[in-house]
Design a protein around this ligand. Structure first.
Ligand code: GCU
Length: 683
């Protein structure tokens, strides 16, 4: 469980084993930099574990078969075999893997224009071997689609993790950076193996102790972490407290236009870069959920972000500024204010005013990581500002790693969403890759789901979300099915039954979870605070701006221009028209965009109330049929420890899904008095 998808089980098939051994007994490279050394170590490790023999490492080939690692254009051997046209196809940090079959020599080239690309190539090669692919005629050119592929940790220095469901922080303990770096090295390996190239190690809510991470007290230790990540091509970033100049006792203001504040951050940046020459930059949650920010001084987000950007600019650092800004002190009686509009309302007017080393980080939906939300209109809505999406791998609202909820299909829907900007087809993934607006920086970020649990993610199958995020950040065109297939083969086995069963479970799990939780995009029917389990009115009369507005007649929030909050106007004209009209609005988002009577007939002919009852019964049945029964069928085919662990989680899921079903169905039955047509038990 600990090794996740880097298991490297011994190859059982004799023929395959022979063919692998033939080509993999030697690694040749004349490079000795830390990243290439990592690539060598990974190959050595992986090959030894799969084949039982350790490859030799040498500067020049000895013998007639080997794996050659090198930089394109700088290695005679490689340059002889790789055509110019092939070299052109390899982008920065991409790689080519090619089997060369000559009369006297057969070898495999893993080459790139950068060292990181070599490391990614090595991991890819090992991945294909784990999936038992033929390497006798290997040919692959693969490039990262997104320049930034970042993981955000919400780790606090006391070791706790905000919204963490897999133990404590692997970085921090008792307000210090941990001593044992082995686990962090393993984490860096996992990140690099899927192509992640940036890590923010601390929570966006930067509390008192964490504010000090950018001081001498901690920078030496932070630099130690940065070195581990650097060896695996991962750049380290820190979340900062916007009010640091005050909090650290140096100034009485954090006004971004105050010269003393500007100088303070410039000096701070210089100090940080003395310790960490390739420091990535700052992630900032400002003027959001009670965090300090430029609003205090009557300044806007551009003023705030640009001031920090100027300080980091001489060193090549970036500011990642979050757009999760909304009024968290709303009056529930106020039906005009719509939280969904907040990010766009706050940031769209500033489009074009940010320095080019500022990147806005936008949650995938306009609210907050619900099980179903439309895509944030700010993605692509910003025409002249670098931006990245923020996904949440940690399952805050999607079952907290007790429920199986595989998020790759959800992320795929977001990435494939057609924004219709300018009346043309422009998908979210094209915007994020930077190819549409030609942004200087672009890509993806996501909140991590790992902790110090032995299996990293609490629920072992939640490792698939971590893996899937990395793979999608590398290549958003990969299908959910192919990512799932890779993950299951590497994590469990290549046995057909195992692959089919676990893939099925993963691929249906989001839909199952959605069925027994909140209906048709409305969201938020959770217990306040910890966000686990049903509580239909938990947030209904509260200040957070998250209302479903259910009464005896109907439910949903009218967000149309015609009669509602006008949120739909934030989209391109074509998308707006689709959402605006109840007949064209995708049904899974019906209650997000429209207020609907319970008797409203869905396209299937079922009424809304009956749909709510049906899906809630179905969801629970599917936990039994599609998850538990399927998993039980794998007894004896996967390791007992994993088998029992997952079964235990699935049984918990079953219990908790029943709670969801009964609370939701009962709530609506009591609100409406309308009976279930099938007379099932509702309380
Ligand atoms: C959610 C989450 C918070 C988090 C916040 C954020 O509201 O519940 O724990 O701090 O998002 O993304 O900043």
């Amino acid at each position: 469980m600990y090794r996740c998808w880097l298991r490297y089980d011994k190859i059982k098939n004799k023929e395959l084993m022979d063919s692998y051994i033939r080509l993999c007994s030697q690694i040749v490279t004349d490079m000795y930099t830390p990243i290439v050394n990592s690539a060598k170590a990974e190959l050595t490790n992986g090959l030894f574990s799969m084949l039982g023999t350790k490859p030799n490492i040498s500067k020049t080939p000895r013998g007639s078969s080997f794996i050659m690692l090198g930089i394109l254009g700088k290695n005679e051997y490689i340059d002889r075999e790789i055509l110019e046209s092939e070299k052109e196809k390899v982008c920065k940090d991409g790689y080519i893997i090619k089997t060369i079959d000559k009369e006297k020599e057969r070898f495999i080239i893993i080459a790139s224009k950068t060292e990181k690309g070599i490391l990614y190539g090595a991991f890819a090669f090992l991945r294909f071997m784990q999936m038992q692919r033929d390497i006798d005629n290997f040919y692959l050119i693969d490039n990262p689609h997104n320049p930034l592929r970042i993981i955000n940790h919400w780790d606090n220095m006391d070791g706790s993790i905000e919204r963490g469901y897999a133990g404590k922080s692997i970085f921090f303990e008792k307000n210090k950076i941990v001593n044992n770096m082995d686990r962090i090295t393993d984490y860096a390996r996992l990140l690099a193996s899927v192509g992640i190239n940036g890590v923010v190690i601390n929570n966006v809510n930067v509390h008192q102790t964490e504010t000090r991470l950018i001081t001498k007290e901690y920078l030496k230790d932070v630099a130690g972490l940065a070195e581990i990540f650097r060896n695996y091509g991962v750049t380290l970033y820190l979340s900062i407290n916007y009010a640091s100049p005050i909090e650290l006792g140096d100034l009485d203001t954090a006004d971004p236009l105050d010269e003393r504040v500007k100088q303070w951050w410039k000096d701070k940046a210089e100090e940080i870069y003395e310790y960490i020459p390739d420091f990535g930059g700052f992630l900032v949650k400002a003027d959001s959920e009670f965090r300090p920010g430029p609003f205090t001084y009557g300044r806007n987000h551009a003023d705030g972000a640009n001031m920090l950007a100027e300080a980091l600019e001489p060193f090549g650092g970036i500011v990642i500024w979050r757009c999760f800004v909304y009024n968290c002190l709303q009056d529930w009686r106020d039906t005009k204010t719509d939280r969904a509009k907040a990010a766009y309302d706050n940031f769209k007017p500033l489009d074009g005013l940010f320095h080019d080393n500022v990147i806005l980080q936008i949650k995938n939906g306009p609210m907050d990581f619900q099980v179903r939300e439309p895509v944030s209109p700010l993605i692509g809505g910003l025409e002249n500002t670098n931006h990245v999406v923020e996904f949440q791998i940690t399952q805050e609202y999607t079952g907290q790693q007790i429920h199986l909820c595989y998020l790759v299909p959800m992320w795929k829907e977001v990435l494939d969403f057609d924004t219709r900007i300018g009346g043309k087809s422009v998908t979210v993934k094209e915007i994020l890759s930077g190819s549409f607006y030609k942004n200087k920086y672009s890509g993806m970020a996501a909140v991590a789901n790992i902790g110090n649990d032995a299996n990293w993610t609490g629920h072992q199958l939640a490792q698939a979300n971590f893996y899937g995020y990395g793979r999608l950040a590398w290549n958003p065109d990969l299908s959910s099915e192919s990512i799932t297939d890779e993950w299951v083969r590497m994590t469990f086995s290549n046995e057909k039954d195992v692959v089919d069963t676990i893939s099925h479970m993963l691929l249906v799990s989001w839909s199952i979870y959605e069925k027994y939780t909140t209906p048709l995009g409305i969201g938020w029917m959770v217990n306040p605070g910890h966000h686990y389990g049903p509580n239909v009115d938990g947030y209904e009369y509260d200040k957070w701006g998250t209302y479903h507005r259910a009464d005896i007649h109907g439910i949903g929030v009218d967000r149309t221009v015609k009669s509602g909050t006008g949120y739909t106007a934030q989209y391109s004209k074509e998308v707006m028209e689709i959402y605006e009209d109840i007949n064209t609005c995708p049904e899974e988002l019906l209650l997000f965009f429209h207020r609907v009577p319970y008797s409203y007939k869905l396209k299937s002919g079922t009424t809304l109330i009956q749909h709510i009852y049906n899906t809630h019964f179905e969801g629970v049945e599917q936990v039994e049929e599609d998850l538990i029964k399927k998993w039980q069928g794998l007894k004896g085919k996967i390791e007992e420890e994993s088998f029992n662990h997952v079964l235990e989680r699935l049984n918990m899921q079953l219990e908790h899904s029943k709670e969801w079903r009964d609370v939701i169905n009962t709530y609506f039955y009591r609100k409406t008095g309308i009976k279930d047509q099938l007379n099932r038990k509702i309380y």
